[in-house]
Design a protein around this ligand. Structure first.
Ligand code: PLP
Length: 470
């Protein structure tokens, strides 16, 4: 092999145009756009110039072009992996805000694709005239909950902001100190008040607030009483909060509305599953709340949105606010929400809505699924590192703090857990696990059962690599 000078090497580096004409690169231009591929080529050529030696001293010109094309292919692959990708949630956290909270029911997913082109979001097909956005969904809310009226906006934070601003802009709203919450992701109630231009009238102490505290805070400036579910923390010990019924009584005696932010939008009582502290929509309405606010993508199991249910006259006032237009939902959200509500109306929520189905899965069912998946992995040396074990799921997503559900899943015992967890995350589909006490845990309660096969396939691939690696 003859040694060449660096100058010779540089002369060998093809021009950007030459690389663009190379057939495999031409194909990439069709898929990714010529401008982007040209930028990628420039980057690759730059890195070759910066390196001391060429990638291969004996490379013929075409060999070099192929190597460059390969590097560009790798960049394209990384680019494809960098956007939103499906993830299998094996974390044991039912509602992971970072994973998009509630997975949708199949009929809600189908509804999104049906609405994706043109749909009658604001047209009455019967008369051919302009219709009101969201009517079908609002009718279903009334049917399901008995509320007078409903309004759907971008999320619960938007619902709170809109409600406060509509009724109390420049005035006061009373709230217990024990309910002055931060949800995370920059949702802090005092900031929402400030943004709504409403004065927060805090009453009581951190741990105890009494009806008399609210009474004393009432003034000519008061426009509403707010109650907020402490969804992501729990107070125990010497505590007192005023029940919704009593707050409603006080508010109504002073012709004020009671606004109740219940957080999760739970339709059914979950006491049967050992979860006793989650407020329900019906419970809040029955207690006398004039407006009930909640998220669509928590325990309701629908798409991201914020729902305001309650008195028709109040909802109408909110609807006419200019801010409502800015915070409205799109047709895809309406389609998914409508399909989700149809499931509730059909009485099939615990069969079809993934988050409720996950809560309702018995230990026997979970164990059976885990054993089945374990058998599918076979008996190879690598598969032997996987066992079926008991785990604990948690609600997450700002619901039921401190509560857990017994669960079951696959537990991977390998020398380098963090590395295995990383490779599972980067696989296709991506699998999010929980590394706990020196093992990689995949909790099956949070894995949508339709994804079981994809899960074992991805796991088998990682295990094979693991064997190669060890
Ligand atoms: C989660 C939560 C919110 C925020 O809901 P988003 O839909 O994420 O905006 C507000 N209030 C309570 C009580 C919550 O639990």
């Amino acid at each position: 092999m003859t040694r060449r000078s660096q100058a010779d090497d540089y002369r060998q580096i093809p021009s950007v145009d030459r690389v663009l004409r190379h057939p495999p690169v031409r194909t990439m231009c069709e898929a990714h756009g010529r401008t982007r591929v040209r930028d990628w080529i420039r980057g690759v050529l730059e890195s070759i110039r910066e390196a001391d030696t060429l990638m291969s001293e004996s490379a013929t010109n075409n060999g070099l072009l192929d190597t460059i094309a390969e590097r560009i292919g790798a960049i394209a692959g990384e680019d494809a992996r960098s956007g939103l990708r499906p993830v299998i949630n094996g974390t044991g956290v039912l509602l992971q805000t970072n994973l998009g909270r509630a997975p949708l029911a199949q009929s809600a997913i189908d509804a999104i694709s049906h609405a994706a082109r043109c749909c009658n979001v604001e047209v009455d097909l019967d008369s051919g005239r302009r219709g009101k956005r969201g009517v079908a969904v609002e009718d279903k809310w009334r049917e399901l909950t008995g509320a007078d009226a409903a309004l759907v906006v971008n999320n619960c934070a938007a619902a709170t902001l809109l409600t406060l601003r509509t009724f109390a802009r420049g005035r006061e709203v009373i709230l217990s100190r024990g309910q002055l919450i931060e949800i995370g992701g920059s949702y802090r109630l005092p900031d929402v008040f400030a943004e709504a231009d409403v004065t927060l009238r805090e009453v009581g102490t951190t741990n105890r607030t009494h009806l008399a505290d609210y009474e004393q805070a009432l003034s000519d400036e008061t426009r509403a009483v707010l109650r907020v579910h402490a969804s992501n923390f729990r107070q125990i010990g010497f505590t007192h909060a005023v029940p919704a019924e009593e707050l409603a009584g006080l508010a109504h005696a002073h012709a004020l509305p009671l606004i109740d932010d219940i957080g999760s939008g739970c339709v059914y009582d979950l006491g049967k599953y050992g979860w006793h502290n989650e407020p329900t929509i019906g419970g809040s309405l029955r207690a006398g709340a004039d407006l009930v606010l909640f998220s669509g993508d928590k325990l309701l199991g629908g798409p991201q949105c914020g729902v305001i249910l309650g008195r028709g006259d109040l909802i109408e006032q909110i609807r006419t606010s200019p801010l409502t237009r800015a915070l409205r939902v799109d047709k895809l959200t309406l389609a998914a929400l409508e399909a989700t509500l149809r499931i509730y109306l059909a009485g099939r929520a615990f069969e079809e809505i993934p988050v409720l189905r996950a809560i309702a899965q018995s230990m026997e069912q979970l164990h059976e699924r885990a054993e089945h998946l374990r058998r599918q992995l076979g008996e190879g040396a690598a598969a032997k590192s996987v066992g079926v074990e008991s785990l604990e799921s948690v609600p997450g997503g700002g619901s039921l703090p401190g509560e857990t559900l017994p669960s079951c899943g696959l537990v991977l015992r390998v020398p380098n857990c963090d590395d295995a967890a990383r490779r599972l995350r980067l696989g296709t589909p991506s699998i999010m696990t929980r590394v706990h006490q020196g093992a990689v845990c995949i909790d099956l309660r949070t894995v949508v059962p339709d994804e079981d096969e994809a899960l074992t396939a991805a796991l088998a691939r990682v295990l094979t690599d693991e064997q190669v690696a060890t």
